[in-house]
Structures are given as structure tokens and as C-alpha cells.
Design a protein around this ligand. Structure first.
Ligand SMILES: [Zn+2]
Ligand SMILES: [Zn+2]
Length: 318
């Protein structure tokens, strides 16, 4: 098992944008409706796949740099082991200890680096010449590390699966530990970084409800309103398609999944989602077997948004 792996400094993280922004940007660039649907309905799976794809892409594009980094990490490990050999020798000599004591000092110094146990080595109590031990180990380490370095001639020699944790696993752990609860109206994901966090779920930008299939009662007209506009209106909704009608202004009374959301009435309508609805109107209508018409007619001004403006809205507002 490799004890070292390239420290992937992901291009996504360097530009100071949120992870969500990168996902939305990537989706818009691909214009793949099926991927949007996965993102809307199963964001966690989409996030994981996105990370895996980005890591694969990074490996393909940056293979020389990764190989260099990998070999640099190996050299660093060699130095750490070499230092531990010398430190153990000095320590044991100063206390007139034996080979077993030397091995204990050596393994303790490397606790964070290597998995070594007392049984990794036989009885060393007979060893008295610690300088000899130091030299033999130092030479052997050098020889083995040179062979190891030579064996990594190209990126293909690095078997990432043998890393303690693969780069995509590290990034998934980092980015996918969040709340994941979705707005009951528009499916926007709560931005709190902690699962089961105290307080309400919230998100700075909601979406238009029609993309989640919300429609006007008794019709097949998909809704175009954003949650933030609805909660300021005098409209009503029927939770779980029941006959029970709740004013949007008192949306928390709709049941548990509504009660824990904080949706602020404002006009924070991200042009991105307006562009999305126009670009994928046909796909959304087919997907939901409903249409944007009648009271769910798409406002004309939405159709004027270009993809460029949609992407700019991510940069400017999110
Ligand atoms: Zn919402
Ligand atoms: Zn939350």
C-alpha cells in the first residue's frame, strides 16, 4: 500500500468559488438535461460523480505535474525514515540501550507515517553495534527508494486505488459532509455545512417551483414562481396534493418538512434558473407531463437571458 499520494490542489478550489457554483456552471456548459435532473433530484449522487469526473480529468491533464509531486512526496518520506533511523540511534546510544529499544524509538518516531508493529521485526536484543545497524539500514533504504523512484516512470505506474484514501474519496468526504435537506418547493439544497444542524434550513437562492413539478391545482400548468416570491404573495398551496390549503405566507404550517425551512420573502431570483427553464422548457414539460402555460406561462423577459448572463449571475450573486 502506498503511504503517499499526490496532493491534488483542485483547480476548483483555487478560484474562490463555492462548490455549488462550479456544479451549476459545469451543468450549464454541458447543457445535459439528464444531468440536471440528477442534480435536482439526487444532488448527493451528482456531487460525488462530479468530483470523480473532475479528479479523472485532472489526472489526465496534469499527469506530469502529479508524477513530479508523487515522486517529491516519496523523497520526503525517505527523508523522514532516514531521520528516524539517525534519531533512534542517537537516543539509544545515549541511554546505552539495545536493539529492541532502538526499534521502539524508531517505530514511535514514525507512528504517523508508517504502520509498523513490534512484530514487524524479530528480536534485536543481541545487536550491540548500533552504528553498523544505522549504516546497513541507511544504505538499504537508499537502494530501495532509488528502485521505487525508478519504478514510477509514468503516471500509469501509480495505482491510485492503493492509496490509503483516494483523492476523490478525500474530496467527497470534504465536500459532501453537509445538510443535504432540500427545499420542499424548489429542491434547492440547504447550505448549512453540518448534517442534522440546529435551527432552520436555509439557502440564499431558491428556484422556480415548476422545475420540481409544482403546478396549479386542477391544471397541468407548471408554476414559474420562485419560493421567495411565493412566500410574500397571497397564494395558497396544497401540501402533498391534499385538499388542505395553506397560505404561502404561513408555509411552515404545511407540515414537518415545511416547518423547518426559513424562506425569506424577497426578490432574489437568480437569472440562472430563469435561463434554465427557458432552455429546457420542452424537456421539463416532457419530464413532468405538464406544460408552462396559462397562469404558468414563462414571462417573456426570462427568454431574453443568454447562457452567458445565466453564468454571470452565478458569479455576481452566489
Ligand atoms: Zn425553495
Ligand atoms: Zn439544513
Amino acid at each position: 500500500m502506498y503511504e503517499t499520494y499526490p496532493n491534488v490542489s483542485w483547480s476548483l478550489l483555487r478560484r474562490g468559488k463555492s462548490f455549488q457554483q462550479h456544479i451549476l456552471r459545469s451543468l450549464a456548459e454541458k447543457e445535459d438535461f439528464d444531468q440536471y435532473i440528477e442534480y435536482i433530484h439526487n444532488p448527493r449522487r451528482h456531487f460525488k460523480q462530479f468530483i470523480k469526473n473532475e479528479v479523472d480529468r485532472y489526472y489526465t491533464e496534469q499527469n506530469n505535474m502529479i508524477l513530479k509531486m508523487f515522486k517529491g512526496n516519496l523523497r520526503e518520506k525517505q527523508q523522514i525514515v532516514s531521520n528516524a533511523v539517525k534519531a533512534a540511534t542517537a537516543e539509544v546510544k545515549s541511554q546505552s540501550g539495545d536493539g529492541n529499544m532502538w526499534f521502539r524509538c524508531f517505530t514511535t518516531a514514525l507512528t504517523d507515517e508508517l504502520k509498523l508493529t513490534e512484530s514487524s521485526c524479530g528480536d534485536l536484543s543481541e545487536i550491540e553495534d548500533l552504528d553498523f545497524l544505522d549504516k546497513v539500514l541507511g544504505d538499504s533504504l537508499k537502494e530501495r527508494m532509488t528502485k521505487l523512484q525508478d519504478s514510477f516512470a509514468s503516471i500509469n505506474n501509480i495505482k491510485i486505488k492503493m492509496c490509503r484514501k483516494t483523492p476523490d474519496e478525500i474530496l467527497i468526504d470534504h465536500f459532501c459532509q453537509c445538510c443535504w435537506v432540500q427545499c420542499p418547493f424548489c429542491k434547492a439544497i440547504c447550505t448549512n455545512a453540518m448534517k442534522g444542524h440546529p435551527g432552520d434550513h436555509c439557502v440564499p437562492f431558491h428556484r422556480n417551483n415548476g422545475l420540481n413539478g409544482w403546478h396549479y391545482r386542477g391544471t397541468t400548468n407548471l408554476a414559474t414562481d420562485f419560493c421567495t416570491t411565493e412566500v410574500a404573495s397571497d397564494n395558497f398551496f396544497h401540501p402533498n396534493s391534499s385538499d388542505y390549503k395553506i397560505p404561502f405566507k404561513k408555509y411552515r404550517k404545511g407540515g414537518r418538512k415545511y416547518a423547518k425551512w426559513s424562506i425569506t420573502p424577497d426578490h432574489s431570483e437568480l437569472p440562472y434558473w430563469k435561463w434554465f427553464v427557458c432552455r429546457f422548457q420542452d424537456d421539463l414539460e416532457t419530464y413532468h407531463s405538464m406544460t408552462f402555460q396559462g397562469n404558468g406561462e414563462i414571462p417573456y423577459e426570462w427568454k431574453r437571458y443568454t447562457k452567458k448572463e445565466a453564468l454571470e449571475s452565478l458569479d455576481n450573486y452566489m
